[in-house]
Design a protein around this ligand. Structure first.
Ligand code: DOR
Ligand code: ZN
Length: 478
């Protein structure tokens, strides 16, 4: 008889939560993966046990939208502080954005990002940039190990020019052949540029002028256009930071037409409305903007009916000096979020606005499925990576930026009372955060997820009309 399997770790006493159900069970882990889930006495023996009585055991959150600023803007954040913030927030995988300096637009830019990411505490995917002038670099970026692409249809921090519709179409055609998802900052630059100029000419410098410069049609037009290009090319796309109720219609319609399109919203759009401009002044400046109350209600509806697939954070760290300026046009956009998402949204679970399984679906299962990581991630199944967050649903706290792991010590959520906190975070079986402390040696534990990613190419509808097909020079005579 061979030796019985011995687990590395058994976590007992917790209530296990999946996207479908909650049940009391112990979890056995071996070699970084889940070995078995069940009654403790039925599990293999373990070298180590961990008593999690009173806690809930969730698949770690996957935040597909963070900015960690390295290389180039490390006074705002770097990969050490950013991924420590993630672990403190119960987040076990992040997808990180390419608007760094130099941008992640070429294999050389990607190599610099990969070097910086060697410090990561948690697992990560890297987005490559899809822009006007790097369409010829996209395949090399895929070869180099990006986990998806980011396309800025509207300008934001880093001032990367938005690509023309023509460049987007060519980029979509290329990426479609490889199956990777293209994430879109869906705001149309030309509308915003004109509005902003007129508001500035009229002397507006107040926080609400930012909202006035980016009406919802800015996003609606961009979502619709991106969906048409995705439908034509077969590219998979993801709509980042959905801020308005109006975007849900083009999103829903595209889904009905069979476009492989997913969408995210962020806690700030679910929890703030236009009152935030009076309450938080320049700190609330973010792209796209926090909007009027009826949008918030619509976004919650979109979460309930499945139009919105997931919650991400757009973790966008800046310094207090960069956020606290009088002229709104000079204020950097965004604020940190990867560390506060879980307390904020678990508080919504506590308030009865979301079930715990809905929360798991929106923050873990769906992001894993959309980016080809399921069931290695986003699931608690035998064989899944042991990416686990143990949360205390009754732990109360007050959001305080001074205590953030993030280098960015400023947030519009400052002072907000929360109920529900991540207490321990494990990535592939290893404690990264324990008792609300980062485990120092975990620096460098994080790995790129591109190797486990499975994104088979979809069938493009118009493959005979792609640029490659119509410009192919045939060597054969007729
Ligand atoms: O407000 C924002 N800030 N929105 C974005 O899309 C980018 C981000 C940043 O990088 O600061
Ligand atoms: Zn962003």
């Amino acid at each position: 008889m061979t030796n019985p399997t011995i687990a590395d770790l058994v976590i007992s006493g917790a209530t296990v939560v999946t996207d479908a159900a909650s049940f009391d069970a112990a979890v056995a882990i071996k070699d970084g993966r889940i070995l078995a889930i069940g009654e403790e006495r039925a599990l293999p023996s373990a070298r180590e046990t961990f008593d999690a009585t009173g806690l809930h055991l969730l698949p770690g959150a996957i935040d597909v939208h963070v900015h960690f600023r390295e290389p180039g803007y490390t006074h705002k954040e770097d990969w050490q502080t950013g991924t420590a913030a993630a672990a403190m927030g119960g987040v076990t995988t992040v997808f990180e954005m390419p608007n760094v300096d130099p941008p992640t637009a070429t294999p050389e830019g990607l190599a610099l990002k990969q070097e910086a990411a060697k410090k990561a505490h948690v697992d990560y995917g890297l987005y490559g940039l899809l822009a006007e002038d790097n369409i010829d670099q996209l395949e090399a970026l895929i070869e180099g190990g990006v986990a998806g692409f980011k396309c800025f249809m509207g300008n934001t921090f880093g001032n990367l020019p938005s690509p023309s519709t023509g460049a987007m179409l060519e980029g979509f055609e290329i990426v479609a052949q490889h199956g990777l998802r293209i994430a879109l900052h869906a705001e149309t630059a030309s509308i915003m540029a004109r509005r902003e100029k007129r508001l500035q000419a009229a002397g507006r410098t107040d926080p609400l002028a930012h909202l006035a410069s980016r009406p919802a049609v800015v996003a609606v037009e961009a979502v619709s256009r991106a969906a048409i290009l995705a439908e034509w090319t077969g590219a998979r796309i993801h709509i980042l930071h959905i801020s308005s109720a109006d975007e849900l219609r083009p999103l829903r319609e595209a889904k009905l037409r069979g476009v492989d399109i997913t969408g995210e919203t962020c806690p700030h759009y679910l929890l703030f409305d236009e009152q935030a401009y009076a309450d938080h002044r320049s700190v609330i400046r973010v792209n796209p903007p926090v909007r009027e109350r009826h949008h918030q209600d619509g976004l919650w509806q979109g979460l309930y009916d499945g139009t919105i697939d997931m919650i991400a954070t757009d973790h966008a760290p800046h310094t207090p000096a960069e956020k606290l300026r009088n002229d709104i046009w000079t204020v950097d956009c965004g604020f940190p979020g990867v560390e506060t998402q879980m307390p904020l949204m678990l508080s919504q679970v506590h308030a009865g606005r979301l079930s715990l399984s809905d929360y798991v679906r929106l923050t873990s299962t769906k992001p894993a499925k959309a980016f080809g990581l399921y069931p290695a991630k986003g699931a608690l199944l035998p064989g899944s990576d042991a990416d686990i967050t143990l949360v205390d649903l009754n732990r109360e706290d007050t959001i305080a930026a001074a205590h953030f792991q993030s280098r960015s010590k400023i947030t519009p959520f400052e002072g907000m009372k929360v109920t529900g906190m991540p207490i321990h975070t494990l990535v592939r079986g290893r404690f990264i955060m324990k008792d609300r402390q980062i485990v120092g040696e975990s620096k460098g534990w994080g790995r790129s997820v591109h190797r486990i990613q499975r994104m088979p190419p979809p069938q493009p509808k118009n493959s005979d009309q792609t640029l490659a097909a119509v410009t192919r020079v045939s060597g054969r005579s007729r």
